[in-house]
Ligand binder design. Structure first.
Ligand code: SF4
Length: 291
């Protein structure tokens, strides 16, 4: 078996697929709410190590067809290195259908359109992208390192052959910036071409709290009822250019929703209205949720 460097994260949708760890940590590692890779220093594994892992996986799972490249933003790797990895995967796994990875705005902005097209041609066909918020003030307070304009620009660079699965964090603006948070985030979705969209609910790990409040001293958590109102307002403001598979089924969510936008927008809003009229009995108890 191959050896992974822990902690190791992957999107829930990749649970059935094989993780190939090509980098360690996150090349940015500075978002104030995130402690995922705080114990790791960003590093790129050598091609020699990666090929060795692929060889082992090839002998163990010769029919594998979907791979996730870990850790936090494998797209930070140089394009020629990523292309070499993808070529080797294509060669080793004749049934290979899709490779995916986490990607940040910074990663996408650093690559040329031609680079991204080349990666998609080599079957890097899905990126997981954390929008988190579109509010300029909240982006600064969470030290995301990019503006709303840069997020839109980065998402609009993604070629057609590469799907985008994006996440948004409800409650991230706290009580004070809730309106800006939702307006700015809906604006990003409406101006880009996202294929899958999920909403999570804010939660803070113990080891992230100090840094988070240092930059966001006026943050206060909003209640479940206010989170549902944010969700409703977000859905109301969405007028996407393309079809979006929408999910609110992360372990952090108080209410699970699923539909296709824009077709199911009114249905989802009705489901929220029903839940809000019932109150806490309609929600998943907080003890069963995690960020
Ligand atoms: S949220 Fe993503 S980009 Fe930000 S520090 Fe965490 S892993 Fe890195």
């Amino acid at each position: 078996m191959i050896k992974y460097d822990y902690p190791l994260f992957r999107p829930p949708a990749e649970a059935e697929n094989i993780i190939l760890q090509v980098t360690l940590g996150c090349s940015y590692n500075n978002c104030s709410f995130c402690s995922m890779y705080k114990t790791k220093k960003y590093q790129e594994k050598s091609l020699e190590e990666i090929y060795r892992d692929i060889d082992i996986l090839g002998r163990t799972y010769p029919s594998a067809h979907k791979f996730f490249l870990a850790d936090g933003d494998a797209l930070a790797m140089p394009t020629d290195t990523l292309c070499a990895i993808l070529k080797y995967l294509n060669q080793t796994f004749p049934k290979l259908r899709r490779v995916s990875t986490y990607a940040s705005a910074q990663n996408l902005l650093e690559k040329s359109t031609q680079d991204l097209e080349l990666l998609a041609e080599h079957k890097l066909n899905l990126i997981y992208y954390g929008i988190e918020t579109g509010s300029e003030i909240v982006l600064k307070k969470i030290t995301k390192g990019v503006s709303q304009t840069e997020i839109i620009e980065s998402l609009n660079k993604v070629p057609k052959g590469m799907k985008i699965s994006a996440t948004v964090i409800l409650g991230l603006g706290g009580a004070k910036y809730s309106i800006e948070h939702i307006q700015g985030t809906a604006n990003i979705v409406n101006k880009t071409r996202i294929n899958y969209l999920s909403t999570l609910q804010i939660g803070l790990e113990e080891d992230a709290k100090e840094n988070f409040y240092k930059h966001f001293s006026d943050f206060t958590f909003i209640s479940d009822e206010e989170l549902l109102k944010e969700q409703r307002s977000f859905l109301e403001q969405l007028n996407p250019k393309n079809k979006i598979i929408f999910r609110s089924n992360h372990a952090s969510n108080a209410l699970h929703l699923a539909g296709t936008l824009p077709k199911d927008k009114n249905k989802l809003i009705r489901e929220l209205d029903i839940a809000m009229s019932i109150g806490s009995d309609a929600l998943i108890p907080s003890a069963f949720r995690s960020f």
